[in-house]
Design a protein around this ligand. Sequence first.
Ligand code: ATP
Ligand code: MG
Length: 353
Amino acid sequence: MKIALIPGDGIGPDIIEEAVKVINAVGEKKQISFEFITYLAGGAAIDQTGIPLPEATLEGCKKSDAVLLGAVGGPQWDTLPGHLRPERGLLGLRKGMELFANLRPALLFPQLKAASTLKEEVIGDGIDIMVVRELTGGIYFGDRGRNEEGTRSAYDMETYSEPEIDRITRIGFEIAKKRKKKLTSIDKANILETSRLWREVAERVAKEYPEVELHHMYVDNCAMQLIRNPHQFDVMVTSNMFGDILSDEASMLTGSLGMLPSASLGSGKLGMYEPIHGSAPDIAGQDIANPIAAILSAAMMFRYSFEMEAEAVMIEEAVARVLEAGYRTKDIMEKDMKLVGTKEMGSLIAEEI
Ligand code: ATP
Ligand code: MG
């Protein structure tokens, strides 16, 4: 297995090092050998090459089995013109690798209940929701403009084609099939034409997945239901803009930024895996960042790019056991728990494996 590593900026290198430790522990246990190749993107790439996404990075990533990324960006690059910003590196990678689906699990380990914004009785024995967001279409990529004559106006156009909806809802069904077999498609079909087409296509794709139960929900209702009773959801699939908003909402149900992974997928096996948090320059290089989001991103890499479910579960269970044993990094520290640094947390999880 060939893994492209993009440590990136800020705490990126700190946490990627720990994810590699954990991947190697899985390799040792299961006799799988991994080849790691490190590439530049974001601020680190700007400093060394002048641009946020060198060609060698994109080419190398495309030839890999998966890409594991730390985080990019930081205040020292914020004054650069738009096309030279570190985040452009990320967008370029997603576009270049044709990754049109963004998967964001909202996973609350029962050991970390106190961090959640939800009441104890709503949490029950934890939260586990997967938000699948369309990433390369819709209103964020549509025609936009302004009319400056007379009363000023502006517009943003939302367009979705049938193939675009087909491929993203299909990913939703594929994931639902491997989980609790319940998929909720989120739209605003009482108002929007794109949403009505979305529903039609989702219904058609559903015929190929008779084992999965498909539900439809309006986005406004969904925003409310996520807070009221998150357990009614397992996998959610939705458009770019609705997914942007709902995935942030869902992740905050868990309350732990340092714990949440993500994946970006296309039609093939190649995917990019990264924590949802940013580069947190305030704590970079100090051995205090929480590496668990990066480690759980590696678990997603095993699940979706390598199709090694047992190895993904092995990582997730090791994380749960280390939390159960009371070890915490600073960001998730609670009374009577054992405070550990980035490296020790990584080692504990690797040893557990
Ligand atoms: P971005 O703009 O890149 O999305 P952001 O500036 O909104 O990111 P982050 O960089 O994610 O936010 O960090 C916000 C704060 O959260 C950081 O200053 C840091 O204190 C904390 N934080 C983020 N990630 C972690 C982590 N893995 N471990 C510990 N603390 C973290
Ligand atoms: Mg930031």
